[in-house]
Design a binder for this molecule. Sequence first.
Ligand SMILES: [Zn+2]
Length: 155
Amino acid sequence: MLDWSFVVNECLKYGINIVGTSAERAISSSWSKGEWANYHYHSEVGHVINLNPHINRIEVARVISETQGIKVAPDEVYYWLWFHEIGHATQKHFRNWKNAQMDYHFKKKGTSEDVARLYRKGEKAADRYANKRFLEWKAEGKMCRFAAAKKQPAA
Ligand SMILES: [Zn+2]
């Protein structure tokens, strides 16, 4: 999935408190189809990133490559997803969207379209951030050790 030292460095750099493989709503709930990863902020535990361990990496790599216009290999999928979720954790869009949701549901302020618009804006921003970080990471010659190991000729 992800290199452990990569994850630890990123967590320290971006203040991520918990990394896991749980679906968003509850520890026991299962991932819904098409849900690849999630980010949320808990007032008590802080920033949380979860990666869905059940995705089809070949299929997800194809979708990301097509929609983002960059080449993401199946072994690199979790890195791109990680950068996308870090994009949510480090940008104001996620907070704006959550605030709009709260206003809409609890204070009857705004519209569901406002919430949806902010959601799309946040997703686009996280995608842009992910593409930028992913390409920087690739330029540094980083790749999943699993992929690197496979390319080694047998000794
Ligand atoms: Zn997102």
